[in-house]
Design a protein around this ligand. Structure first.
Ligand SMILES: Nc1nc2c(c(=O)[nH]1)N[C@H]1C(S)=C(S)[C@@H](COP(=O)(O)OP(=O)(O)OC[C@H]3O[C@@H](n4cnc5c(N)ncnc54)[C@H](O)[C@@H]3O)O[C@H]1N2
Ligand code: MOO
Length: 687
């Protein structure tokens, strides 16, 4: 199984926060999900670890790489901890390192403490002039007779790798290593499904859900990455290389003479073999149908993320059945009684015991049985009782003759024909037995489902609380309906769609193109999910997408779909957010195809893919590879006709259409009469 999420982190040992503005020599992290990448800068280690922790909690198969040494040269671990294992050093450091939320830390003091455990002077060096730490030498040359090798085996094979003993000055990695190992020790303990390669796994392909490995970004060419800051380019290049990691990256060092010891005691850099750096793999072709160089997320990959990454978030409430239409079941509904509860008559007529009938007219027994008016006395053998539809069969009655087939005269009924035994009756429990599962958890209740629940004896159902979905329009140009300017088409349309899906729409109003105002509005929203429209693409005024990249979590941005390419899927303060494009047709399409199934899932329903119907095309069209296309369409005379314009501002086509024609990702030439897939709006819950 390959990795769904690849995270490359450039660590830093800074002693103060590195500031709000992204800068070099600070922490940069790139998270890459099936080709859609998210780059983040962090002013503190704590903030970076929080974000990484949240990513790991998403539950995906993850490869996590950090760019500091994850082991020391031979002998160090045993001298420090009594155990020749790198992970023992991590745990020792977790106990002895202090590293505050504002980056304040004790790495130099601790290096002196460690040095005192070794003979001679060193091995750590690089004391800043301002510190009074006599047992931490300021320079490399001041060290002597500490007994440690200068480099790990892997460092001898990676160009320009600096020894871990150096704590300060250009290229030093020692400080990052001390602080980093302490942090990783905690991370590892927090995630039982995490394995460290190769310290825990040996030089084998690791199977764990989360794999942690040492990386060395200098191995990778970052020239193709588009960013002004080198650290950022490096984590971008590293995440791409890790995503494409060939199998031999994990296994090649097993050929080393002392492989098992090296793996456990010294650790290794992923991508280095026994003879030096290994070839870099080719990026997997996530975007199978996309032109080279484009990393939009394919529709199916985006839907898969939503499907796998969303689970019910709402509470459970007990609601009377009659108010449950359109709501979502939180638990299986189980019949509390049989239906029908007792055997009863299916028609109006005459009831009797079939086996006891004599020849000729049947004498009538006194009284009658009607629905709700049971006849409790047994009907004597050979007699007939007047019985009406729905009445419980009295004792002594097993068969009913239809009224129209009988003639009553002088206290007896004459039947035109004797019916079969049991005719015109309903058996107790023939429809439902007590204990039957009537409806499954996750079902969206239809009127017929209410009927079933009530027939099964239920008066109330356990339902999911309504999912509150906030809808926000963005853009300076947007005005209230009826105003002068671009009327806010999207918000009322989206609110109505949500109501139609059985969700609780929350109107968050309009907000101007101002990042602070937008962030404040999103922060203040008390909702379970968010739909925004506008500002999703890459322009200077596209604040939503920029804000999400800076302060939210972006899962996918830019989907290979038309309309709707700028669609952004992510989280704001942990709340799922669908950043819909501003163009109304794109907002509508993305809401129907991406937001709807995910919102219903968050609301507690099962995931549902809309049914496609194959219909002959009433049009001809040539389509390029690279995006799945949704054309506004309707069926007339058995053929799919499409709206005259594909422009995604053409609201007129939305109202005209009754469904979508869905064209696949690949290039396609459609002639009139060719079969195409049609998705009815009705099957998307849009009436
Ligand atoms: N450089 C790029 N430009 C654009 C890209 C791109 O990938 N790179 N994508 C294009 C596509 S495709 C779409 S769709 C749009 C969507 O962009 P945004 O989400 O950033 O939307 P805005 O720029 O804010 O608005 C687009 C359009 O829609 C109108 N709008 C916005 N909100 C509403 C509303 N509530 N009701 C009615 N109309 C609304 C807005 O006035 C604009 O005309 O970007 C392309 N550009
Ligand atoms: O994808 Mo945009 O939705 O064309 O208009």
């Amino acid at each position: 199984m390959s990795f769904e999420l690849v995270i490359a982190a450039d660590w830093s040992a800074a002693a103060t926060p590195t500031g709000r503005r992204p800068r070099k020599d600070a922490i940069w992290v790139c998270a890459d999900r099936a080709g859609s990448r998210e780059l983040r800068y962090f002013p503190t280690r704590a903030a970076a670890l929080d974000w990484i922790g949240a990513l790991l909690a998403e539950g995906q198969r993850t490869l996590l790489g950090f760019d500091f040494a994850m082991g020391f040269p031979p002998g160090f671990a045993a001298a420090l901890t009594g155990e020749a294992r790198a992970l023992a050093v991590w745990d020792w450091l977790a106990v002895h390192v202090t590293d505050a939320a504002d980056n304040a830390n004790n790495r130099f003091e601790l290096a002196q403490v460690i040095n005192r455990r070794f003979p001679g002077t060193g091995p750590f060096w690089g004391r800043p002039a301002a510190l009074d730490l006599p047992d931490l030498p300021a320079t490399d040359r001041a060290r002597a007779a500490h007994g440690m090798a200068e480099r790990r085996q892997v460092e001898a094979r990676a160009r320009n790798a600096k020894p871990v003993w150096q704590l300060a000055y250009a290229g030093a990695v020692g400080s990052q290593t001390l602080l980093g190992m302490a942090a990783l020790s905690r991370l590892r303990r927090a995630h039982p499904d995490l394995a460290v390669w190769p310290q825990e796994t040996g030089f084998a392909r690791p199977e764990a859900r989360i794999v942690l490995a040492e990386i060395y970004p200098s191995l990778f060419d970052d020239n193709a990455q588009d960013h002004a800051i080198k650290d950022a380019r490096q984590v971008m290049a590293a995440s791409a290389a890790l995503r494409a990691a060939p199998g031999e990256w994990w296994t090649a060092p097993a050929a080393l003479p002392d492989a098992a010891r090296i793996a456990s005691e010294e650790g290794w850099i992923l991508g280095v073999g026994p003879d030096g750096p290994l070839p870099v793999g080719r990026a997997p072709d996530d975007c199978f149908a996309l032109p080279p160089g484009i990393d939009w997320t394919p529709v199916d990959a985006a839907l898969a993320t939503l499907r796998e990454g969303t689970a019910p978030v709402t509470g459970v409430e007990v609601v009377p059945v009659e108010r449950a239409a359109g709501r979502i079941l939180a638990a299986d509904a189980v019949a509390r009684r049989a239906n029908p509860p007792a055997a009863n008559a299916a028609v109006d007529g005459w009831g009797f015991s079939h086996a006891t009938l004599g020849p000729g007219p049947i004498p009538v027994a006194p009284g009658r049985a009607a629905a709700g008016q049971p006849h409790v006395d047994p009907v004597p053998p050979g007699r007939a009782l007047r019985i009406l539809t729905g009445a419980a069969l009295p004792p002594g009655v097993d068969t009913v003759a239809l009224q129209e087939d009988a003639v009553e005269a002088a206290g007896a009924v004459t039947l035109r024909a004797i019916p079969k035994p049991g005719a015109n009756t309903r058996r107790a429990g023939e429809d439902l037995a007590s204990g039957d599962v009537l409806l499954r958890q996750g079902a969206v209740l239809r009127p017929s489902d209410l009927a079933l629940a009530i027939a099964g004896g239920l008066a109330a159902l356990e339902l999911r609380a309504l999912l509150r979905v906030g809808v926000l329009s963005t853009g300076d140009e947007i005005v209230a309906p009826g105003g002068e300017g671009i009327a806010d088409v999207n918000r009322p349309m989206l609110l109505a769609m949500l109501a139609g899906w059985g969700l609780a729409p929350v109107d968050l109003g309009r907000v101007r193109d101002d990042p602070a105002a937008l962030a404040a509005r999103l922060d203040a929203a008390d909702v379970d999910a968010l739909l925004t429209s506008g500002g999703a693409s890459a322009g200077a005024e596209d604040h939503l997408s920029r804000l999400m990249r800076a302060r939210g979590t972006v899962q996918h941005w830019r989907i290979a779909v038309k309309p709707g390419r700028p669609l952004m899927l992510g989280r704001w303060n942990g709340v799922p957010l669908f950043g819909l494009p501003g163009n109304p047709v794109a907002a509508f399409t993305c809401a129907a195809l991406f937001a709807r199934p995910a919102l219903l899932r968050l609301a507690g329903a099962d995931w549902s893919d809309p049914p496609r119907r194959r219909v002959p095309a009433g049009f001809a069209k040539r389509k390029k590879a690279g995006r799945r296309e949704y054309l506004r369409a309707r069926i007339r005379d058995g053929r799919a006709e499409i709206f005259a314009s594909e422009g995604s501002g053409r609201v007129s086509g939305l109202s005209w259409a009754e469904g979508f024609v869905e064209l696949p990702d690949a290039a396609l030439e459609i002639a009139e009469g060719d079969a195409v897939d049609y998705i009815a709006f009705a099957d998307l819950g849009i009436g």
